[in-house]
Design a protein around this ligand. Structure first.
Ligand code: DGL
Length: 274
């Protein structure tokens, strides 16, 4: 039965767990497989060819696990590699892109900030998205201000979500946006939702923060629903966690972010065949 096959979710590291959490809430019956490509993290600073290569290797592993859909729980891999992934498989592939459209729609001042990796912000797909939604909308002038956030992925990977180093980095990244009076902030990297509390302490409550998890989970529900592949069994679904680099410390990171104990299995990613 296809509906009992798992859904594969991947990111360069632990960031995609923020998307996994939303998927678990929206689709509590689904079996899930999560892959962190920690051996190759962070993706954001690498060339497009490297990001495509890493993503295809992870997807090959997931497809070998018989997944019925893949969620690319990484903005960088989505903007750069999703077409290459879709070209290798017929199963639904759902990506995560910076949520510019909803941010622009809900912004009152029309000044919207986007936090993302340099890789995402430099991608052609991001340029398309900002041309589509980040200019004038329904006669309103929109100002889209982008901020590459070097160093944040590494802090979250290191388990630092509220310490002095990450707080200082966030202040540096957020001050230019606050000076320009953004009222809505898009978290354009799946690692950043784990920093929401620290971010909102700096921005204050007047700035709305957009986390894409729920929209991605709903899109996934719609896509697998269209294929009549939603799992209806309500027994405890299995959730497996893999990483291309496994240490005790890294497992603790997963456990701290998920607030539960887990088994973290090691994988050797197969070479993709082009
Ligand atoms: N979570 C990834 C994203 O959403 C991080 C990318 C990276 O590894 O740099 O972009």
């Amino acid at each position: 039965m296809i509906e009992n096959q798992p859904i594969g979710i991947f990111d360069s590291g632990v960031g995609g767990l923020s998307i996994l959490e939303s998927i678990r809430q929206t689709l509590p019956n689904e079996q899930l497989i999560y892959v962190a490509d920690a051996a190759n993290a962070p993706y954001g600073k690498q060339s497009d060819a490297q990001i495509v290569d890493h993503s295809l290797r992870v997807c090959r592993f997931l497809i070998a696990q018989n997944v019925k859909a893949i969620v690319v729980a990484c903005n960088t891999a989505t903007t750069i590699a999703i077409s290459a992934i879709r070209a290798t498989t017929n199963i639904p592939v759902i990506g995560v892109e910076p949520a510019i459209k909803p941010a622009v729609e809900q912004s009152k001042t029309g000044v919207v900030g986007v936090l993302a990796t340099a890789g995402t912000l430099q991608s052609t797909q991001f340029e398309k998205l900002s041309n589509l939604y980040g200019k004038n909308i329904e006669g309103r002038e929109i100002e889209l201000i982008t901020q590459p956030c070097n160093g944040l992925v590494e802090r979250v990977e290191a388990g630092d979500i509220d310490g002095p180093i990450v707080t200082q980095l966030l202040e540096q990244h957020l001050q230019p946006l606050l000076k320009r009076n953004v009222d809505t902030l898009v978290l354009g990297c799946t690692h950043y939702p784990f920093l929401i509390e620290t971010i909102s302490q700096i921005t204050g409550s007047a700035v709305a923060i957009i986390h894409p998890g729920e929209a991605v989970a709903r899109q996934l529900e719609k896509r697998i629903g269209q294929e009549s592949q939603l799992r209806v069994k309500t027994d405890q679904p299995s959730i497996q966690f893999f990483s291309s680099e496994v240490t005790e410390r890294y497992r603790f990171r997963f456990e701290a972010l998920l607030k539960q104990s887990i088994t973290l299995q090691s994988i050797n990613l197969p070479l993709h065949q082009s």
